[in-house]
Write a protein of this length. Structure first.
Length: 125
């Protein structure tokens, strides 16, 4: 990534934060822009730029034949296993929670498979 791309991403992030602040304030765009000393046309210009960047990002994210996948989601493929009744000693389960995900597995579930699943869930999209 070159310095021009880094600067562009910085500007987009800065304006995204300003737009979030405006939404959080509940003010109109005109009032918000007057209060922070920017021209409303600049706000609309960067709003358009953010929308374009978001559309480019979404069209670049394809998951096979499934088409577009929203950011924050990851495809998880699970191997099919024959259903086996749980023994009394295997009735305990483990629950792992991370922001946005919860995984529950019985105590007999292989630890290496659970670790692989956790890596897939934690991997940024």
């Amino acid at each position: 990534m070159n310095t021009r791309e880094i600067a562009s991403e910085y500007r987009l992030a800065h304006w995204a934060q300003l737009m979030q602040n405006r939404r959080d304030s509940g003010q109109s765009i005109k009032t918000f822009c007057e209060n922070i000393g920017i021209h409303a046309n600049s706000y609309y210009y960067w709003q358009r730029k953010l929308r374009e960047a978001t559309c480019e990002e979404l069209t670049g994210m394809e998951s096979g034949a499934a088409g577009l996948m929203p950011p924050g989601f990851a495809e998880v493929k699970l191997a099919t296993m024959a259903a086996q009744p749980l023994a009394a000693s295997q009735s305990q389960s483990i629950c792992v929670e991370v922001p946005g995900a919860r995984i529950t597995a019985d105590s007999g579930y292989p630890a290496e498979k659970l670790a692989c699943l956790m890596r897939a869930v934690m991997q940024p999209c």
